[in-house]
Ligand binder design. Sequence first.
Ligand code: PRP
Ligand code: URA
Length: 209
Amino acid sequence: MDNVTVFEHPLIQHKTTVLRSKDTPNKEFRELVEEITMLMCYEALRDLPLEEVEIETPLKVSKQKMLKGKKLAVVPILRAGLGMVNGMLNLIPSAKVGHIGMYRDEETMQPQEYYCKLPADIDKRLIVVVDPMLATGGSAIDAIGQIKSYGGTQIKFLCLIAAPEGIKALSEAHPDVQIYCANVDEGLNEKCYIVPGLGDAGDRIFGTK
Ligand code: PRP
Ligand code: URA
């Protein structure tokens, strides 16, 4: 699928495997989420436009390349997406950060939105929505729908682990959104958890279970 990029870089693969282990403690889990996000961000933004600028080195005036005034926004889907924000900001410190609060109803598995605060000029920004898990796709579909209702148009979705069901649903709902992930897993279990997955990403980041 043209709209899906799976990162095969050995560092991303290795770190994601450590992340999955049930024996990885919360502190290391958080650090890994940040590191993997940083590596994925580097790859996912390789199409950022550049412009030539004139600078003066200690030796001479020279034309060199810099990012072409592209404004970015990072939008984590709460809670687990918060774990990816610093990984993004390490590489793009001038990005603005919006937040969308979303949780899955444990009975229906339908996403429930409880918070939304986006940068005022969201319509002018390249938006990277981050959430470690793309399971049924419901949370990502609604979050991106919300961003579009505020005028967002250029949107990328970055997750660590995706289920085929989530990729299909998100691609159908928002075919214009490029999806980036480290792994595509087998599928969902009866509780809509990704298998083999890594469990509940929010709980593992914040130590709530
Ligand atoms: C998790 C995850 C995604 C969502 C994915 O969040 O971080 O947002 O589930 O599932 P979906 O693709 O089926 O919608 P959760 O609802 O557990 O909330 P939390 O991050 O607050 O724990
Ligand atoms: N949310 C998670 O945190 N993990 C899953 O496997 C599915 C949804």
